[in-house]
Design a binder for this molecule. Structure first.
Ligand code: 1BO
Length: 317
């Protein structure tokens, strides 16, 4: 499988298994199946509420000597309530403990949003901490310490805008190695793609299939369904592929990593086969025309009335 190469030569498989919204009861099997059929990249986060089960699946696979730990890329993320430098290392230690690992391949700051310690999801304005009080650069320095100690091999961010990454570079003199963001044909983020290439930041596309299984409370009424898009369907038909495979292959053709989520063995396998699907320039041009800057995960959960965060300050647009 294609890989993204980091400065030290480490290689991240370009296609990974996403685990957001995978129930603890399902994710063990999903990770086991994924590793059995050939995935070597698993994307996790403590807020997904399933890292202990992911850890059991990894541990059982490694102890059966089927696959070596060194052959699997594992990413996790620092949740918003642990941005204070004093909470960064304990948060990582919890994740390492849950995943039953000594080190992570990649650790990301999950959102450019800080919350009071102990808050999973904010319910009131006081649950937030404004970035003016707890700047991202302070959190970033604590992330750098984790890397220096070898507790994580690479560090990056998620849901960061061009402006926020540039500020981090200006303020700390270092560049995040990864930005994991929502990307699919309806949200192509061309400026981020150009910026990332110029600065040497890798990108990972989350919600590449449109994330239709999100909880109803964070879904809009009028959400377009990528699987039903006539252009995607037509390209899928031409290649005798599924719409999901076209969407995943599109991300890979743009040089971004991609982490489709599934707990269904047939879909997990179908998604992996997208790595072998070759789209033509005409296919890529047709998909380029679909961009409508449509976010499925638009940050509303962080921007309710009274929050110090707004959509404008979150996305810098
Ligand atoms: C709130 C979870 C976002 C996806 O990583």
């Amino acid at each position: 499988m294609e890989t993204l190469t980091f400065d030290d030569g480490d290689e991240m498989p370009i296609l990974g298994l996403g685990t957001w919204k995978s129930d603890p009861g399902d994710v063990y099997n999903a990770v086991k199946v994924a590793l059995e059929v050939g995935y070597r990249h698993i994307d996790c986060a403590p807020i997904y509420g399933n890292e202990p089960e992911v850890g059991n699946a990894l541990s059982d696979t490694f102890s059966a000597h089927d696959i070596d730990r060194g052959d699997v890329w594992v990413t996790s993320k620092l949740w918003n309530d642990c941005h204070d430098p004093e909470h960064v290392r304990p948060a990582l230690e919890n994740t390492l403990n849950d995943l039953q690992l000594d080190t992570l391949d990649l650790y990301l700051v999950h959102w450019p949003v800080a919350m009071q310690h102990g808050v999973d999801y904010p319910e009131q304005p006081d649950d937030f901490v404004p970035l003016g009080e707890l700047p991202l650069a302070e959190t970033w320095h604590a992330m750098q310490d984790l890397k220096a100690e070898g507790l994580v091999q690479h560090i990056g961010v998620s849901n960061f805008s061009v402006q926020k990454i540039q500020s981090l570079i200006d303020e700390t003199g270092t560049t995040p190695e990864m930005n994991q963001i929502e990307m699919h044909p309806y949200l192509q983020q061309p400026d981020m793609l150009d910026f990332a290439e110029e600065k040497g930041v890798h990108l990972t596309a989350y919600s590449p299939l449109g994330s239709m299984d999100r909880p109803e409370e964070i879904k809009a009424d009028d959400e377009p369904n990528l699987f039903e898009d006539p252009t995607i369907q037509e390209i899928a038909d031409q290649h005798d592929a599924s719409a999901a495979q076209v969407l995943i292959s599109w991300a890979i053709h743009r040089g971004t990593a991609v982490i489709p989520k599934s707990v269904t063995p047939a879909h997990i396998e179908d998604n992996l086969a997208a790595a072998d699907l070759s789209l033509s320039n005409a296919d890529m041009d047709a998909i380029a025309d679909l961009d409508r800057h449509r976010r499925y995960l638009d940050g509303s959960i962080w921007t309710f009335e009274g929050s110090p965060y707004s959509k404008a300050s979150l996305w810098d647009e």
